[in-house]
Ligand binder design. Structure first.
Ligand code: NAG
Length: 646
């Protein structure tokens, strides 16, 4: 339905069906509310968030504010605003939903209802002007549906609702003219649907707000003869009268599909072409490489084993000598060292345990999303499910970490049990906490409240850590994973290797490919994070995630093979770091995005942007590194168990 313009992609769409599925149905997240005519429909307000700035369509700020931040002076309900209860994920992702003074009655058109009057001294005006220039938008929710602006996508010729509407704007051609107006009148257009023709069962299926600016000399009358409210510098206080109108329109849109208008694919063609391109390139690459590798390996293995046979049978000396010369190269030579414990086995096992935990968490979350459990109507469900899964999967983390550590013949098992649930989550939490202090200092509503922090710490200590310890205990109890070949007492000398197998070049090459597989999707995810667009293309995400795993595993295995062929047996850390380098690429990509799409005015904004980017990249580093390591581990065990060693 969203991809009808991408005709060439239709075949793929039919084949893959997944992206279609993701957008075509969502399981009911929240039960629909039916209203009778005249029932009050709640209008709640969410935090005021920055979107693209007016003059250059770039993001100029990452700090959001409470709707009732004192400088904005928006009208409050009679008894003061109250918080509407929200899920944990919703709070973490920056929602701060509160009640409002707007009175909406189902089906009742009302023109020009006056709201409060507010006085803006110079300081506040300056603050608001700056926010207007930075393109801040108001976010309202009517019956859980975001109030949007109707936007025409010139590329596809379709209209869609973009959540949020502008705080103000500027007159004339250039923002430098300083003719900044402030929106004080709201025309609220609500679409409602009659459930099976019953006039007493009405549901809200669309909300559009047309903000306007009217400078009333006296009472609010909403006439068209008023000029806009211009915020000027100067010491005189300026008074603003707020007003709103409500119009109800009947609509054919059913409640179940009311979100469709909000879920708009920007550039669907580019999206599809990129995905298909990457998929084809990746599949061809991986298949070619794998078939070559398998053939080479088979040849290697038969040669090694035949050689063994010849040596055993002690046939003619010459041929044995001939083959013996050949045997002096290749991965078989390092059989006595490949399973030697690497340096810092404790750190490696802890990182791998956390990587396994992240891997299962991200995979499960994407599958949940694909099945429609995380519909946008269920605000914050994505964040909530991620935290919940991460907590519960502490068990997987502990288990994986313990088993790896045992296989690496680690001895400080108590330290392993303790560090697995503490090290990585600890780093993430500390970073998060520091960034939160930054937000808090800026008076932003994006700062996670202290109580929520306590809840997270509580969940971590009460559920995640015990589960992780239980997993570790089980891991240490289970049988040790034996290496297929014996390790020699004395480590072999590692000969110098070619340039591209040196640590840094190999990391740069290997890390680039998994990054390439998710690069496009990353762009969409980032614009949804920073430009507050709803992300829902979980079908794409699922495919990209799958591609990323395949590519990551394949290139790392390939690198491991070359490494072993050059008689370097330090594959453990090398495979982890090389695959993990894709996290570094993600970070670089974030920086590139910062330079091209974002133009943060303040130091704090830049610090926050870089901080969050680094946090996400760090987690991705662990995730990709673990995929690389486990793939290489599987590969190394496979090849060394298929040759005979005397
Ligand atoms: C409310 O106004 C809209 C737009 O003017 C109109 O289509 C609709 O019929 C009106 N509804 C009522 C109940 O008057």
């Amino acid at each position: 339905m969203y991809f009808r313009d991408a005709a060439p992609a239709a075949l793929f769409a039919a084949l893959l069906a997944a992206p279609q599925l993701a957008s075509a149905f969502y399981l009911p997240g929240v039960a629909p509310t039916s209203y009778k005519p005249g029932d009050r429909v709640p209008l709640n307000v969410n935090s005021i968030k920055p979107v693209a700035a007016l003059q250059d369509y770039r993001l100029h700020s990452v700090i959001s504010y409470d709707y009732y931040h004192p400088a904005f002076q928006f009208c409050q309900p009679k008894d003061g605003p109250e918080y509407v209860s929200e899920s944990l994920g919703s709070i973490l992702f920056g929602d701060r939903i509160m009640t409002s003074p707007f009175e909406l009655y189902m089906g009742k058109n009302e023109t020009c209802k006056p709201l409060c009057k507010a006085t803006y001294p110079e300081k506040m005006r300056e603050f608001v002007i700056e926010r207007i220039e930075q393109g801040y938008s108001l976010n309202w929710l009517v019956d859980g549906l975001p109030a949007g602006q109707k936007i025409q996508d010139d590329l596809t010729g379709t209209t869609f609702y973009s959540p949020g509407f502008m705080l103000g704007g500027f007159l004339g051609e250039d923002i430098e003219d300083e003719e900044i107006f402030f929106n004080n009148h709201y025309e609220i257009w609500i679409e409602y649907h009659e459930v099976s023709g019953d006039p007493n069962q009405l549901r809200v299926v669309g909300v559009v707000v047309q903000p306007g600016s009217k400078d009333y000399p006296g009472e609010a009358d909403c006439g068209d003869n008023h000029g806009p409210v211009l915020f000027k510098s100067g010491e005189k206080d300026q008074e603003v009268q707020f007003s709103y109108s409500v119009y109800w329109k009947k609509s054919d849109t059913a409640w179940a599909t009311r979100w469709d208008k909000y879920l708009h694919v920007f550039d669907p063609k580019i999206h599809w072409f990129w995905l298909i391109d990457t998929a084809i390139i990746v599949v061809i690459l991986v298949l070619t490489v794998m078939s070559i590798l398998v053939r080479t390996l088979k040849k290697d293995i038969t040669r090694y084993n035949r050689l063994d046979q010849i040596n055993l049978d002690d046939l003619s000396g010459t041929s044995a000598l001939e083959d013996g010369v050949q045997e002096d190269s290749g991965w078989k030579l390092v059989h006595g060292d490949v399973f030697r414990t690497p340096s810092r086995p404790l750190l490696l096992s802890v990182l791998l345990g956390n990587g396994a935990q992240l891997f299962v968490m991200t995979g499960t979350t994407i599958v949940f999303a694909l099945l429609g459990f995380l519909s946008p109507s269920n605000r914050g469900s994505l964040g909530t499910i991620m935290i919940l899964l991460y907590t519960l999967l502490g068990f997987v983390g502990g288990y994986a970490s313990a088993r790896v550590y045992k296989a690496l013949q680690g001895e400080q098992w108590k330290l392993n049990i303790a560090l697995t649930p503490l090290l990585v989550p600890g780093i993430v939490f500390s970073a998060f906490f520091l960034l939160d202090i930054f937000l808090w200092a800026k008076g932003s509503s994006g700062a996670v409240p202290f109580t929520t922090m306590l809840v997270i710490i509580g969940i971590w200590f009460v559920i995640s850590i015990p589960l992780s310890v239980a997993g570790s205990w089980l891991g240490f109890r289970s049988r040790q994973i034996e290496a297929p070949v014996r390790t020699n007492q004395i480590p072999r000398q590692i000969p110098p290797c070619t340039t591209y197998l040196k640590p840094i070049p190999s990391m740069l090459i290997v890390g680039l490919l998994p990054f390439g597989a998710i690069f496009v999707e990353l762009y969409f995810i980032m614009s949804s994070i920073w430009f507050s667009r709803i992300y829902y293309m979980f079908g794409f995400l699922f495919l990209c995630y799958g591609l990323m795993i395949v590519v990551c595993a394949a290139v790392t295995v390939l690198m491991t093979y070359f490494l072993l062929c050059s008689e370097n047996y330090n594959w453990q850390w090398r495979s982890f770091l090389a695959a993990g380098t894709s996290g570094v690429y993600i970070f670089l990509n974030c920086l590139l995005y910062l330079v091209t799409k974002v133009k943060l005015a303040t130091m704090a904004g830049t610090v926050l942007y870089i901080g969050y980017s680094a946090l996400i990249s760090f987690l991705f580093f662990i995730l990709a590194g673990s995929i690389g390591y486990f793939a290489s581990w599987w590969f190394v065990r496979k090849i060394y168990s298929s040759i005979k060693i005397d």
